[in-house]
Write a protein that binds this ligand. Structure first.
Ligand SMILES: Nc1nc2c(ncn2[C@@H]2O[C@H](COP(=O)(O)OP(=O)(O)OP(=O)(O)O)[C@@H](O)[C@H]2O)c(=O)[nH]1
Length: 437
């Protein structure tokens, strides 16, 4: 089946990742300020240690830290001892320090340090909050390195793991494309442009093929190359790469590019969600439903069932229990409809307390029994409110056609819904039962 480019893919509501930050800092006021910002803005746990001894105690008690944010001067230890201790504990570090020079930095080149930040510089707290958010979210994202060279692959994969990503590796375009097809969680590909092998698609071939199913806004492809030929860089970008890095690149540049690309993907996902999802229930909105349904009917000429669903006496729910209870009820109904929908069905909030569902490939009988099951599931809901448990019913109009005219389907399902309401609500009316009083 051709993938549906209109399907909502990238969820900005990132699945919550666990883990806390260990903040090692001898200035109590600075630590308190930074911890408060991290907790407030990101909602993540922060544990403060004011000395190396305290940090060691925290680490012995708990191994749930995904990051150590550390200074380089503590009452009981200096830079080397602090960073060695954290490296041995296997915790990625961000160093925030007032003393910063290239000598210290190059002496720590082999340690798992993600970034160095000058503590007193303006905007440092904001930068650190952004950095921790990025690293926390990376833990829900899969990245893939596609490179012939085992050593280059291992080096890049190790960096990506340090930034929190789950990392896959492929040594040619064909196996990379296969992994992309099999693992929908991949959002980032670091691709060697010089990938060339007999019978293999190569770097450009990888991008062209990947872009058929993964648009720029859902998968970031960053090319790398040791050739400095500017025309090949342009060719790579024109064929669909999001960005490019010339080898050898610094760890710092690599981290900035990766983070910026992933930030952009999330931003696109957020904008896409705002345009296509209903804010209250998370279901597709009416406009998005109409776009997807049009496309489905154009591509699939088989039979489809179209249902319009409307909560009964919903005004009464609002009037009796308040608007917030009404919202809660709409969320519960939407969740039941979404759980009932099969992967290729398109469900949406059509507006107000009205929902719709387009289900391809169902016989008229299957549609009737399916929507009757959905009606019963909604009638069986017990929605907990503050002092009350709410029950609801829903009326459903279902038509079943194969002529591919969406407007006709919606109008007909709406007419049958009106009949269901007129016949007493809490029922499904299909075309076959129209004559039944
Ligand atoms: N809480 C809440 N109420 C909404 C929302 N959208 C629409 N409504 C309410 O839904 C109610 C719809 O009422 P009516 O169209 O009269 O229909 P009904 O009371 O459900 O009656 P029948 O459809 O005839 O069974 C109105 O009171 C709207 O204010 C929403 O997002 N949240």
């Amino acid at each position: 089946m051709t993938p549906d480019p209109l399907a909502i893919r990238f969820q900005p509501t990132i699945a919550p990742a666990d883990g806390r930050v260990l903040l090692i800092e001898n200035s109590r006021s600075y630590a308190a300020l930074l911890a408060a910002e991290l907790r407030e803005q990101l909602g993540i746990g922060v544990v403060i240690a004011a000395s190396l001894r305290e940090a060691q105690q925290r680490l012995a008690e708990d191994d749930d830290y995904f990051l150590a944010l550390t200074g380089l001067v503590l009452p009981d230890a200096g830079a080397e001892l602090i960073t060695d201790t954290l490296a041995r504990a296997g915790i990625p570090m961000v160093v925030a320090t007032g003393v910063y020079d290239e000598a210290i930095r190059s002496s720590m080149a082999d340690l798992p340090i993600i970034d160095y930040v000058l503590k007193e510089a303006p905007g440092t707290i904001d930068y650190l909050v952004w950095l921790v958010r990025r690293l926390h979210r990376n833990r829900t994202i899969t990245a893939m390195v596609v490179d012939h060279s085992l050593s280059a692959r291992a080096r890049i994969a190790a960096q990506l793991k340090l930034y929190g990503f789950r990392v896959l590796q492929a040594d040619d375009a064909a196996s990379g494309l296969l992994a992309l097809e099999e693992d929908p969680a991949i959002r980032l590909v670091i691709l060697d442009q010089d990938l060339e092998a007999e019978g293999d698609a190569g770097g450009i071939g990888f991008i062209r093929q990947a872009r058929r199913t993964h648009p720029r806004g859902t998968l970031s492809i960053i090319g790398t190359s040791s050739s400095a030929d500017p025309s090949s860089v342009a060719r790579f970008l024109k064929n669909g790469a999001n960005d490019f890095l010339e080898k050898p690149f610094s760890r710092e540049e690599f981290f900035c590019r990766i983070s910026q690309n992933i930030d952009n993907l999330e931003l696109i996902g957020t904008l896409q969600d705002l345009a296509t999802k209903d804010y209250l229930t998370g279901l597709p909105n009416r406009r998005h439903f109409l776009d997807r349904a049009e496309r489905m009917l154009r591509e699939d000429k088989g039979a489809v069932a179209m249902a319009m669903l409307d909560v009964d006496h919903f005004k009464h729910v609002n009037d009796t229990h308040g608007h917030e209870a009404g919202d809660e009820a709409l969320r519960a109904v939407a969740a039941t409809i979404a759980a009932h929908a099969r992967p290729n069905d398109v469900a949406a909030r059509f507006g107000g307390e009205e929902f719709c569902l387009l289900a391809p490939g169902l016989s008229a009988e299957e549609a009737e029994t399916g929507f009757e099951r959905l009606r019963q599931a909604i009638a069986a809901l017990r929605i907990p409110l503050r002092n009350h448990t709410l029950q609801l019913t829903i009326s459903i109009g279902v038509c079943h056609r194969g002529d591919g005219d969406l407007h006709a389907l919606v109008t007909e399902a709406d007419r049958l819904l009106y009949l269901a309401k007129a016949r007493g609500r809490d029922r499904v009316v299909c075309e076959s039962q129209e004559a039944v009083a």
